[in-house]
Structure formats: C-alpha cells, structure tokens
Design a binder for this molecule. Structure first.
Ligand code: FES
Length: 183
C-alpha cells in the first residue's frame, strides 16, 4: 500500500423493512481509498466485493438524477458528488434520508413524496383555456418563452436533500418544504 492510500471505515445503516425480524443496525465496512473516489464508488465497491445485499440508489452518477441522496456524516447530500477525501479521519457514516418512506438500508422512496407534492400544488404548466386535469393525456409542447422563464426553477434534481434537512417537515407530515417553491 502506498503512503497515499488509506483504509476508510464506512459505518452504514442497515435495515430491510421487507424482511421479517430484521432490526435496524449500523454495520462497518472497510474500503481502500482510490484517487478521486466518491461515496457512490465506495458503496459500489462494498456491494460488489463485500455485501451484495446492500441497498442504495443511483442512476446517472453525475449529480443529475438525484437518486443517490443520503445523509453523509450528518449532512444530506448526493453520494455521487461527494469525494471520500473530504473526510480527513477516514470515518464515514451513512444514513438514509429521513422524512421519506424507507425501502431498505440507504434507499428511500422520494418519488412518492414528489408526486403527492406535485399533485397537491399542481406543479405543471396549466392550459389557460381548459380546467381539465388528465395525467394520461399527452403533454402540450412548451412554448420556448415559457421554457426560458422556468429554466432556473426546473434545475432542481428532486433529490430530497432539502426536504430531509427540514425539521418542520419532520414535525408536520403535510408540510411541503422548499421543493414546491422552486416550481
Ligand atoms: S446518481 Fe444521479 S445524482 Fe447521484
């Protein structure tokens, strides 16, 4: 092992609510750090080399889809955009985002919340000529001027980090949090 390499200790929340008798617990895994390693890369390493049952989500690996959000050392963030080198003592604690339904381990159902919130605030471009709400209908083409107008707001990747960091959301399940206000 070269001087630059170090062994990281990942303390990961494990719990499968679908498995009868399973209990929430923290499990520690050791991973040898590689240059440019992200939390996402380390998690893949753990799943491939040590424990194929570890559950976590990802799609794009580039900070675009928002699927890999989790709590890293107390802070909600994207695992694919977080370098392990940021954590000087080499201890990294991973928890699922609070405030969402737990699927298992680090995987949560943010989609259910986002859809319910969207339907509640009707976060779509309304047709001013009709009151009809039909989720099955093909969307109208968006006018380029409208697309320009909502561009900044549409950059939210719906990762759920802001929702999970919101104490009010945890006390009041009907609280919408910051998400709808970017729409
Ligand atoms: S995997 Fe898509 S944002 Fe991280």
């Amino acid at each position: 092992m070269s001087n630059q390499e170090r062994v990281l200790k990942f303390h990961i929340f494990r719990y499968n609510p679908q498995k009868q008798g399973d209990k929430p617990r923290m499990v520690t895994y050791e991973v040898t750090e590689a240059p440019g390693m992200t939390i996402f890369i380390a998690l893949n390493d753990i799943r491939e080399q040590q424990d194929p049952s570890l559950q976590f989500d990802f799609v794009c690996r580039a900070g675009i889809c928002g699927s890999c959000a989790m709590v890293v050392n107390g802070q909600p963030t994207l695992a694919c955009r977080t370098l392990t080198s940021k954590y000087e003592d080499g201890h990294i604690k991973l928890l699922p985002l609070p405030g969402f339904e737990l699927i298992g381990d680090l995987s949560v159902n943010t989609g259910k919340f986002m859809r319910a919130m969207s339907e509640r605030v009707e976060s779509w471009i309304h047709d001013i000529n009709s009151d009809e709400v039909n989720f099955e209908k093909l969307e109208e083409r968006m006018d380029p001027d409208v697309a320009d107008e909502i561009y900044e707001l549409e950059r939210c990747v719906e990762c759920g980090c802001c929702v999970s960091a919101c104490a009010t959301k945890r006390m009041r399940p009907d609280f919408l949090s910051a998400v709808p206000f970017r729409m």
